[in-house]
Design a protein around this ligand. Sequence first.
Ligand SMILES: [Cu+2]
Length: 143
Amino acid sequence: MKNIFVYFCFFLFCFIQNSWPDNFIINNIYINKPWIKFILSGQKVTSGYLEIINNSKSDDVLLSIESNFAKNNQIHSMNIQNDFMKMKHLKSGLLIKKKTKIFLKPGGFHLMFSDINEELKNKKYLYIRLNFKKNGSIEIPSK
Ligand SMILES: [Cu+2]
């Protein structure tokens, strides 16, 4: 029994080693390939993208996001209305149904960062934090 545990830990260690920094796990939530659009000097707004897999037996909600480089951090959807792309702030969060995968990608759901702080922007270490209703919070360092 002890051996199985050791092998399991070794497997887990390898898994984490190989996939860093593209995969993150918080309880039953898997985060893949997070990235944010490059922030140019003077730019006040940018957006972020990732994949979220809810592997749990119940639905979860991405309630809110935080970051160390923007004052205003929101979850947005994007729809075409009268031939115009329109963004909407999802104030009650983004529902991720059980056993499903959701893509945050250009032209669709995204993380919106505005009021980007000039000093914070030059920090070497940038992170975003995702707050889930059931599975907790996870900090994701950006490349
Ligand atoms: Cu937006």
